[in-house]
Each structure stands twice: as structure tokens, then as C-alpha cells.
Design a protein around this ligand. Structure first.
Ligand SMILES: Cc1cc2nc3c(=O)[nH]c(=O)nc-3n(C[C@H](O)[C@H](O)[C@H](O)COP(=O)(O)OP(=O)(O)OC[C@H]3O[C@@H](n4cnc5c(N)ncnc54)[C@H](O)[C@@H]3O)c2cc1C
Ligand code: FES
Length: 273
């Protein structure tokens, strides 16, 4: 890990994967070993252009290279989408807190995700399934706008489903002719008997509107707010608790998050904005 958390280290983009019409994954090899915990984020710099926060989508067990999955959202992300192999970038971090895996031991992990929210979830999924025996089960309910919008298609429709202890169901808002699964928003595939609520924790990551309605559904099914883990995104600048751009009530999302329990933040206004 870099000696100075605030000083970027350089990294090289060695592979680019087209995930969906608007999302690409970038495999970055940092100039030195880079350690992070699943759920933490990094600031990725495109030299001379700017930087933006992203949650690595790869397993923290791989300290030699890191995968970052990026949706084209604005200036920096569009420029990153134009980069090719060999492009040098800067990486600073890791920042914030990750998923508290020790609190998940022996439990059913109910993961609800959508869109590019599957990026941190992929990192979590790889971490959990590396030591699947430590958890009761990993139950995933993922949504996308259309089948083409699913990211990580190869593993999502393939190898991940073969892992003992894993249960994956997918849904799309709009199907195509080949889609045989559920059609509807992700809450339509959350069922009360998906997990034993008393022995489960829930992890939610995706667009704010999805996070809101998934959280409401989980509460309806009896999940305590302290067992619903949300990966929150706020506009960020410094990433280190100095500028105040990312305030959520009394919290700095960059320092105290990005992972929060719903219990921590439920009292604040505009948490889903
Ligand atoms: C902790 C954290 C982790 C993130 N992880 C990922 C990830 O793994 N993959 C990914 O694709 N994106 C992720 N994001 C979102 C990503 O940082 C933004 O899409 C990016 O900063 C946009 O930069 P831009 O210069 O392309 O867009 P800009 O030109 O700055 O803005 C384009 C639009 O996006 C909005 N925007 C800008 N920054 C953010 C932000 N941080 N969150 C939400 N909206 C924003 C602006 O208000 C504007 O409407 C993460 C954000 C945070 C805070
Ligand atoms: S981004 Fe500056 S305080 Fe969080």
C-alpha cells in the first residue's frame, strides 16, 4: 500500500472490458502493491484531466492488480472511457470503511443490487465466496434496465451460479426476445422467504431510487435497520474528510462511509438524493 494515503501512486491500464453500452471495467496494475478492504473506494486520476471516486470491483485478495468498473456519467468518466491499454492513471486511497465482514460471519447474506451498483457487490461477492464456508449462504437479487445492461455477464449467467451456497436471481425492467427471467424492478424479486430474516444481513447497492425501495421492502420483511448495509454515493471532492462536499447528516461519506447501516442514516433528510 502507498505510504501516504493522500499521495496518488501510478497505475497502468492493462485491460479494458466492455461490460454494457455505458459501462467498462478497467484492469489497473498499480506501481506498487495496493491493499484495500471490500467496499472501500479509491480516487482515480486521469492525469491532466481530473479524478473521481470508484469502488474497486475486484477481490481485495489480489493486491497486484485492481479492477475498476466505470459508468459513463460526465466529464472524467467519459474521458476514462476513451482511454486505451497502456494509459497511466493515478490511484489514491483506499478511503472510507468497507463491509464489516466479521459481523456477517455465520449469517445469510442477502445482496440486492442494480446497474453499476454491482461493482462494489462484485468485490464483496468474490470476498464472500472465497470463504463461503464462513457464511450460511449468499443470496443475490440483481436488476438491470435490459439484459444488455447487466455487467459481469459471463460470471453472472455462468460460474457464479455454480458455487455451492450461492443463489442468484435476476430481473430486467425491459426484456428482449431471449430473456426468460423475471421482468420488473428489483423489488419484484425480493420475496419474504428468500432468506431467514432472523439469521440474515442485507447489503444494498445501486441507483438511489432502487436503494430506497429495496430498503423499504427489507424493512417490511422484518430486517432491522441495523442489519441493512447501504453503500452510499455523494458528490465528493477531497475524499479525506476535509471539504465537506459529501456530508450526510453528521457523517462524511468519504470518511465514515461509504458503507452505512440504515440505522445510522435513517434520520437524515434527502438520503436517497
Ligand atoms: C464512494 C463512491 C464510489 C463510487 N464508485 C463508483 C464505481 O465503482 N463505478 C462508477 O461508475 N461510479 C462510481 N461512483 C460514481 C462516480 O464517482 C461518478 O460517476 C463520477 O464521479 C462522475 O464523474 P464525472 O467527471 O464523469 O461526472 P461529472 O461531469 O462530474 O458529473 C456528471 C453528473 O454526475 C453527477 N456526479 C458527479 N459525481 C458524482 C458522485 N460521486 N456520485 C453521484 N453522482 C455524481 C453530477 O452531479 C452530474 O450530474 C462512486 C461514487 C462514490 C462517491
Ligand atoms: S469528499 Fe471532502 S469531506 Fe468528503
Amino acid at each position: 500500500m502507498t505510504a501516504n494515503l493522500y499521495q496518488p501512486i501510478s497505475g497502468e491500464i492493462v485491460e479494458i472490458i466492455d461490460e454494457s453500452p455505458t459501462i467498462k471495467s478497467f484492469v489497473v496494475v498499480p506501481a506498487e502493491e495496493f491493499k484495500f478492504e471490500t467496499g472501500q473506494f479509491v480516487e482515480l486520476t486521469l492525469p491532466g484531466e481530473g479524478e473521481a471516486p470508484f469502488t474497486p470491483s475486484s477481490s481485495p485478495a489480489d493486491t497486484e492488480k485492481m479492477e475498476i468498473t466505470i459508468m459513463k456519467a460526465g466529464r472524467v468518466t467519459s474521458l476514462l472511457h476513451e482511454c486505451g491499454k497502456g494509459q497511466m492513471v493515478g490511484i489514491r486511497g483506499p478511503y472510507g470503511n468497507g463491509y464489516p465482514l466479521e459481523d456477517y460471519l455465520g449469517k445469510e447474506i442477502y445482496i440486492v443490487g442494480g446497474g453499476v451498483g454491482l461493482a462494489p457487490i462484485r468485490s464483496l461477492f468474490l470476498t464472500l465466496t472465497d470463504r463461503i464456508g464462513d457464511f450460511k449462504s449468499v443470496v443475490c437479487r440483481f436488476g438491470a434496465r435490459t439484459p444488455a445492461d447487466f455487467i459481469y455477464k459471463n460470471t453472472l449467467f455462468g460460474a457464479w451460479r455454480e458455487i455451492d451456497g450461492v443463489d442468484i436471481k435476476l430481473t430486467v425492467d425491459n426484456a428482449d426476445d431471449n430473456w426468460t427471467g423475471n421482468v420488473g424492478v428489483v423489488t419484484t424479486i425480493l420475496k419474504p422467504d428468500d432468506v431467514n430474516v432472523k439469521e440474515a444481513v442485507a447489503v444494498v447497492c445501486g441507483p438511489p431510487i432502487m436503494m430506497k425501495f429495496a430498503t423499504l421492502k427489507l424493512l417490511e420483511y422484518g430486517f432491522g435497520p441495523e442489519r441493512i448495509y447501504l453503500s452510499m454515493e455523494k458528490n465528493m471532492s477531497c475524499g479525506i474528510g476535509k471539504c465537506g462536499h459529501c456530508m450526510l447528516g453528521k457523517y462524511y461519506v468519504c470518511k465514515d462511509g461509504p458503507v452505512f447501516t440504515y440505522e445510522q442514516i435513517k434520520g437524515y433528510r434527502n438520503i436517497w438524493d
